[in-house]
Each structure stands twice: as structure tokens, then as C-alpha cells.
Ligand binder design. Structure first.
Ligand code: KG4
Ligand code: ZN
Length: 398
């Protein structure tokens, strides 16, 4: 049978995730055999953002369990019947590969001692971009598993994963029909960029943020307004509440946007983006209100959230329009944590209608970081035979 099965691992930020994906070349069917994601959000809330060394520690503690659960759900985990001790030379190899992952090493060694080698063809892993201490946990786990199980490794670019994330609509799916070239708009906590996709595997960087990423701006703005991390969903919810407020208080209707915030680089005819000025404008506006009124009222929070999100949407829509014109694309692919934002998607959908283009968006759970998208990229790539050569690269580009 022309079928292959891979395990994928993702640890680039604050989600520890593993997925098992099978692809049958005869039928063209992809099957999600298992997908397990453990979010660290609760751990990072007190810091108002992801703290890299804390992320690394959490990944070390949890990754073995997440992988075991995924392999178990895929029916690929079988307990050894006898000797559960690893040979001394394997233990030494593991200690060398995981020399910096002191928490992970004994947990992974126990797991490897307990279970038989699963029926896999390769292991795909995110090698970048992302937080390097976090990335290394996934990369070294893949190196260790590939070494002990005798499997090849597949290094995957996290951003390429976000481009593929809309593929997986159901448990079983086929490659989507899409007209090329496509414009991919990747918007997350660490990235905001436009990529021209000429074919699956063929990418050109068109432009992106010169400073803060969109998600980062949402998170920073939320912190100024006293909202918890991750700020994106909270700000968006407040923006929606403001729209309801406007509808219910008609005298406010003369003021569709309560505060005039900047729309950075709106009129530059290129695909550069910048969000730090918008974030600073929110900070100054908030300070001014507090100075004048002694406090920031709940209505002020709604108004600022709405104003901020409107500015973000205007900029993203204007730039996507330029990208469509520049490339002649008739497809837009959106990916990344911010792609969960219904208001942004709605505005992009409206733009698509004007351009007779199609908008491709991931399932809400696949817009945030996950291993299934890494598996999807990985299953199309040729594995490297020497897993010891895997390296994490926090600044990896396309
Ligand atoms: O892709 P992701 O899970 O991790 C990174 O690679 O950064 O994206 C996380 C980001 C956070 O900044 C979060 O605030 C933002 O995505 N986010 C949103 C929404 N849901 C998550 N931003 C705006 N609206 C949302 N609904
Ligand atoms: Zn991401």
C-alpha cells in the first residue's frame, strides 16, 4: 500500500503539540490519526506574554506525555512485554542529545524503555522560526526519538505550517483545489507577513512588519487596557461589545469610531506593515483619559478596543488589496493565531468578493500553533537521513 505515516512535533512558542498523520498516495486521502495540543497560556498569564525559559520548562515537562497520547490515540503505542530497560549505549546517546534538557531526559528515557518502536515512516519537527529555547525542546526530542527508533527526520518551517493549516477540515481530507498564485497573509503573535505562494513549496516573501507583529500589538494593547494575555480574543470581544453598545445607543451613531487612532503605513504603496505606533497611540490615549477622568471606564475600554481593531483591519485590508493587485492572485490564505479573529476574516471576505477571489481560512483550532499543520508540511517533504543534523533556528525565514 502506498501509505505513509508521520509523527509531527511543534514547540515553537507556548503550545506543546504532537500529531500523527497518514497519507495514502493511491486514494489521495490524508487522515488525521491523532492530534494532541497542550496550551501553556495559564502559565504565561501573570507575565502578560510568553516567557521563553518558562515555555521551555513546560515543554520539557509535557512533551513526552503529549507524544505518548498522540501515538496511543493513533493506535501506534505498544508496551514492551519484557525488558523495559534501555541498553547503556542508548542511555548515553540520549544523555548526549538531551544534555541541555535535564527535565526531559529521564522522562523520555522511561517512555522509550517502556514502549516498542511505533510503525512510523518519519518524524517532522518545527525547527523555526520561534522562541529558540522552546524550539530546541522539540528539535532535541525529535533527534532522540529518530535516533532510538531508527527513523529519518523532517525539519519544518513553522510559517509554512500556518500556510497549510487550512487543509485539514475534517479527520479525512484531500488536498484542496486552489488557484495559484495565492497570497498568504500570516498573522500571529510573532509574525505579520505577506507571502506569494506560486505552488505548494514555492514561496516569495512580499513584505511584512517592520516592528511589532499584529498579535503582539493586540497583546500589548490588551495589557495597557488591563486585559489578560492573550489579548487578541479579549480586545476583539470588547470591540464587538462596543458595536452592540452603538446599536443600542443611537445618539452615539454619529461617532462610528470613538477614537481616531493612526493607521500606520496605510498609504505606502508597498507591503510594509508597522504596528508599534498604533500600540503607542493606545498607550498615550489611555494615559490621557486617566489623567483627565482619574480612571479608565469600562466604556473607554470598549471604545479603545473597537478603535484599535478598526485600525488593524483597515491596514490589513488595504495591504492585502495591494498584494492582490501586485500578484494577480485570486486566492488568499490566512493563517496564524490572529486568523481566529472573525472581524478581520469578515473584512477580508468582503475584499475577496470585490476581487472575485477566494478566501481560505483554517478551522479556529488550527489557527493557533499546532502540530497537525507541521505534519501536513512534513508529509510532502523529503526526510533527512541524519537526524543529528537537526538544528533549531529562531529566525528561520522562507
Ligand atoms: O500563531 P499563534 O498561536 O502563536 C504565535 O506563533 O505567535 O498566535 C498567537 C497570537 C496572540 O498574539 C493572540 O493574542 C493572537 O494570536 N490571537 C488573536 C485572536 N486569537 C488569538 N488576535 C486577534 N483576535 C483573535 N481572535
Ligand atoms: Zn504560529
Amino acid at each position: 500500500m502506498q501509505s505513509k505515516t508521520i509523527l509531527a512535533i511543534e514547540t515553537s512558542c507556548d503550545e506543546t503539540s504532537a500529531a500523527v498523520l497518514s497519507f495514502n498516495a493511491e486514494t489521495g486521502d490524508y487522515t488525521t490519526r491523532a492530534h494532541v495540543t497542550l496550551s501553556q497560556i495559564e502559565t504565561h498569564i501573570p507575565y502578560g506574554g510568553v516567557y521563553p525559559n518558562l515555555a521551555r520548562r513546560e515543554h520539557e515537562q509535557n512533551i513526552t506525555h503529549v507524544i505518548a497520547k498522540a501515538l496511543g490515540e493513533a493506535g501506534l503505542l505498544k508496551e514492551k512485554t519484557e525488558d523495559q530497560k534501555l541498553p547503556q549505549e542508548i542511555i548515553l546517546q540520549l544523555e548526549q542529545i538531551l544534555s541541555r534538557e535535564k527535565i526531559l531526559c529521564p522522562i523520555l528515557s522511561d517512555f522509550l524503555g517502556k514502549y516498542e518502536t511505533p510503525l512510523l515512516d518519519a518524524i517532522a519537527v518545527t525547527v523555526g522560526p520561534g522562541l529558540e529555547p522552546a524550539l530546541w525542546v522539540g528539535v532535541n526530542t525529535a533527534r532522540a526519538l529518530c535516533t532510538v527508533w531508527g527513523l529519518p527526520a523532517i525539519p519544518v518551517n513553522h510559517m509554512e505550517g500556518h500556510i497549510y493549516s487550512f487543509w485539514a477540515v475534517e479527520e479525512k481530507f484531500k488536498a484542496p483545489g486552489i488557484s495559484f498564485p495565492a497570497v498568504a497573509l500570516l498573522i500571529s503573535g510573532g509574525h505579520s507577513e505577506f507571502i506569494k505562494v506560486t505552488a505548494w513549496n514555492e514561496y516569495t516573501y512580499l513584505g511584512g512588519t517592520l516592528d511589532d507583529a499584529v498579535g503582539e500589538a493586540y497583546d500589548k494593547c490588551a495589557r495597557v487596557l488591563g486585559l489578560e494575555y492573550p489579548g487578541g480574543p479579549k480586545i476583539s470581544k470588547k470591540a464587538d461589545e462596543y458595536k452592540i453598545y452603538l446599536a443600542e445607543n443611537t445618539e452615539e451613531k454619529a461617532l462610528p469610531e470613538a477614537f481616531a487612532l493612526p493607521r500606520p503605513m496605510l498609504h505606502s504603496q508597498n507591503l510594509d506593515l508597522s504596528f508599534s505606533g498604533l500600540k503607542t497611540a493606545v498607550l498615550y490615549l489611555t494615559q490621557k483619559i486617566i489623567k483627565e477622568n482619574g480612571t479608565l471606564s469600562p466604556l473607554d475600554v470598549l471604545r479603545i478596543s473597537y478603535s484599535f481593531e478598526s485600525a488593524v483591519i483597515d491596514v490589513l485590508v488595504a495591504k492585502t488589496k495591494i498584494a492582490l493587485k501586485e500578484t494577480g492572485a485570486q486566492s488568499i490564505i490566512v493563517g496564524g493565531g490572529v486568523a481566529a479573529n472573525k472581524n478581520i476574516l469578515h473584512a477580508l471576505q468582503t475584499l475577496c468578493q470585490k476581487f472575485n477571489a477566494t478566501l481560505h481560512t483554517p478551522n479556529a483550532i488550527l489557527s493557533t500553533d499546532n502540530a497537525l499543520m507541521i505534519a501536513l508540511v512534513g508529509i510532502h517533504k523529503k526526510p533527512i537521513e541524519a537526524p543529528e543534523n537537526l538544528r533549531a533556528d529562531g529566525n528561520l525565514s522562507f
